[in-house]
Design a protein around this ligand. Sequence first.
Ligand SMILES: CCCC/C=C\CC(=O)SCCNC(=O)CCNC(=O)[C@H](O)C(C)(C)COP(=O)(O)OP(=O)(O)OC[C@H]1O[C@@H](n2cnc3c(N)ncnc32)[C@H](O)[C@@H]1OP(=O)(O)O
Length: 331
Amino acid sequence: MAMAYLAWRLARRSCPSSLQVTSFPVVQLHMNRTAMRASQKDFENSMNQVKLLKKDPGNEVKLKLYALYKQATEGPCNMPKPGVFDLINKAKWDAWNALGSLPKMYHEIMRALKAASKDDSIITVLTGNGDYYSSGNDLTNFTDIPPGGVEEKAKNNAVLLREFVGCFIDFPKPLIAVVNGPAVGISVTLLGLFDAVYASDRATFHTPFSHLGQSPEGCSSYTFPKIMSPAKATEMLIFGKKLTAGEACAQGLVTEVFPDSTFQKEVWTRLKAFAKLPPNALRISKEVIRKREREKLHAVNAEECNVLQGRWLSDECTNAVVNFLSRKSKL
Ligand SMILES: CCCC/C=C\CC(=O)SCCNC(=O)CCNC(=O)[C@H](O)C(C)(C)COP(=O)(O)OP(=O)(O)OC[C@H]1O[C@@H](n2cnc3c(N)ncnc32)[C@H](O)[C@@H]1OP(=O)(O)O
C-alpha cells in the first residue's frame, strides 16, 4: 500500500498526550528506519566537519553540539547524573539534560514527515492509536525546570514548535487525518493544514488554550477563522468550546464523519483508492492549491510561537498546568 501511515499514539494509562509515531504497515516501518539512519548519518557528517574546523569553536558550542547529537540519536537524556567530581561527563550530561524530554515526540513526527515527503509513498495519513486521537501536548513537560532556566526552555520549545508546524505547512503530498476519537490542543489546530480530515462520530475537537493560560498555535489563528468564520473560531480558540464531529464537519474543519462501528473499514477503503491515483497529479494539484498561502502560514506560525513563548512564562499558564496535573481542576 503506497501510503505513509503515522499514528498519534495515545496510551491512555501512561502518558496520553505523547505524540509518538508508530509506523506500519511493515513497508512504512522499513521506510522510516531508512530515513532515521539517513538523518543520523547527516548529523555524523556535520559532527565530522566540526572536527575539521581550523579554529576550535569553544567548549560551549561543542557541548551544545554534543547535546543535540545525543537528543537527535537517543532522545531525551537517559543516563544517571554523573558525580560532581566527574567534571567532563557532568558538563555533557547537563547539556543533554537541558534539552528536556519534550523534543523527542515532536522530532519523531518531524522525522517521519520528512521521510514520507521524500519516499515513494503517495499519500500520508495521521491517526491515533487506541480510544483517542491525541490529548495534545504532554502537560508534564512544563513541570521540569532545566539548568538553563524556564526562559531558555520556553525559547527552545518555541523554536521546536515553529519547526514542527513548519513541516506540516511544507508537506508536499496529500496529508490526511483519520480522527478516531477525541482530539485536544495541537492535534486539533494542525487539522487546518491537512488536505482532508475524516472523523469517527466518537471524535470531539477541543482547544482549551485560554483554560491553560496559553494561546492558539498550528496556524489556527489564521486557518480557523478562514475555515469556519471568525465568530465560530473565537468560540473554539478563545472560549474553548468543544465541538462534536458533526459540528466540526458542519463548520468545515472535518471533511466527513463516519459511524464509529464502520469508521476504520470505510475510511481505509477510501484511502487505499486515493493511494492508487497518479502521484504526480496529486502532488502538483496540492501545490497549486496551497502555494499562495505558504509564505503567509510561515509568518503566522512564527508569530504564534513568539506569543506562546511569552504565555509559557506567565503565571496563568503555570497555575493552569499545576492545577491540571494535581487534578484540582479538570478541563
Ligand atoms: C513545544 C510545545 C508545544 C505546545 C503546543 C500545544 C499546546 C497543546 O496541545 S494544549 C492541550 C494540552 N492538552 C490538554 O489540555 C488535554 C488535557 N487532558 C484532558 O483533557 C483529558 O485528560 C482527556 C480528555 C485527554 C482524557 O480524559 P479522560 O479519559 O477522562 O482521562 P484522564 O483525564 O483521567 O487522563 C488519563 C491520564 O492521562 C493524563 N493526561 C491526560 N492528558 C494529558 C496531557 N495533555 N498531558 C499530560 N498528561 C495527561 C491524566 O493526567 C491522567 O493521568 P493519571 O491521573 O496519572 O492517570
